[in-house]
Write a protein of this length. Sequence first.
Length: 65
Amino acid sequence: MSPAKSFEPVVAEILDFAEFLQNKMAGEGASGKEMLIDMAGGLETSATFSGDPSEIQKRLRDEWQ
């Protein structure tokens, strides 16, 4: 598997989350002055980022081999 292919699920998850946040903020009548940190949270429940951080790192690193 090429290195680019190994990150495609992670990138897709991040883009889906960004789209979710954009739609959520648009629905709340956002003023456009919100900080990125105000939108933090939510990835902890995703399949890609759930679990032990060191195991996630090991899994991502092992995909390169």
